[in-house]
Design a binder for this molecule. Sequence first.
Ligand code: GLC
Length: 508
Amino acid sequence: MTNPQPLNILYLSAEVVPFAKTGGLADVAGALPKAIRALGHDIRVVMPRYGRVEVAKFGLQPLLDAVVVPMDERTEPAAIWQGSIGAGAGQTPVYFVDSGRYFDRQGIYMYPDDAERFIFFARAALETCRALDWRPDVIHCNEWHTALIPNWLKTVYRDDPFFAGTATLYTAHNLEYQGIFGYRILEIAGLTDLGFIAHPDVAPDLNEVVDMMARGLLFADIINTVSETYAREILTPEFGQRLDPILRDRRDRLFGILNGIDTELYNPATDPHVEAQFDLNSLERRPANKAALQAEVGLPVRADVPLIGVVSRLIDQKGLDLIAAIVDPLLRQLGCQLVVMGTGEARYHDLLNALATRYGDQVKVFLTFNRRLEQRIYASADVFLMPSRFEPCGLNQMVAMHYGCVPVVHAVGGLADTVTDFSPETGGGNGFSFAQYDAMALYTALVRAVETYRHRDVWRQLVRRCMSADFSWTRSAEKYVDLYFRALAVKRQAARSLDDYAVLKRKA
Ligand code: GLC
């Protein structure tokens, strides 16, 4: 169904696996472009060259010496390096924006000048296209870091023939992180013409700040988020993080596309980290992984005790408050084992450490991030617990399922789109889910999971169904290509018109 005309696509992300990662955005940016390239499009990725992205380690090649980037009244040079992700038909160039001033630091985010850093990054990406004389048909922006590009294309670059045919797609991965700054940012970005944008229905204080994500949502030709359910949820005040009025105005151009997982990176049949590799046809090999993990982390080696795995950032969004509320009865009444890996808020670190002390032979906690342990947990645990309060997509539940770990989730966002509740009557479903975000609902789901675990044949069916689900990127990549064409169509219709946001009152 995909339109065969090959497109030039510039894909921007602040983080890309394997170069820099803090969350799921990096996984997506390291996988989706490869799948789009494999469909025959000239997609190129751009990210900053942080200090940790070592030139030698990744074999980066110098591409451009000094791209001139307008910043406020001055200009700032960017050097561009080139590397790549993927292999064969999916091999995709990655451009790295280098700047001693903005990126030669160890960390990725959390600097006082973050807004300025990412304005520079996004603007440098545009100017790099020009320097290479490579015209993108579509610029695919992700998250607030790159959200000013649609704004620029409709204003400062409006009469620039180089970008005359360029459409924009803006992907919001998580509405919680909007990139909110003061007016000074608009001066640095050269965007004072449109000033603050006041929407009659958004909270008044939002009309007094520069919300980078809101600008992406407002100016992009097409917008999307990372699951169909989340795309519907964010139209409501409950999930819209105060941007729902803007999203409702633009619902005709808002889409949801479920993320995939990188099945080359995450494959239980070839995973070098697991004890015993397995697939659907050799499921009898899986239990060796559980025994190995139990032994390694110092839990009693017991096949009959259900092992629950948690791999998560340890923050409220991920439902840690619910886990905290039920963990005592879970351990005492249901007798489960629990292995947790991740980092996050100090109070959850304390709580988990205390649990590991209190229930020494049931709970093991690893306050770290480590791929080997992560993949061993997926390959070993019986149940994967992910009761997120909200979840735009969620990748870990998909990886866990791909490794035969049965999910227990809150039925929201991408969790609702990937996990269907097991029904003992029909035998259908591939996990356990609960609708109401409360401790009793989670506990009930866990009781059902543990009970079902005792029925070995039924459980085996669940495991098989999890492992048979298709979470590869190919299908979603085709949907993104459709959105690219849609963005081009919108762009052609609306060429040179600012009508899209005429509904919004501009501040005097
Ligand atoms: C964000 C979301 C997560 C999603 C990821 C990749 O981290 O919170 O749900 O899977 O982005 O899109």
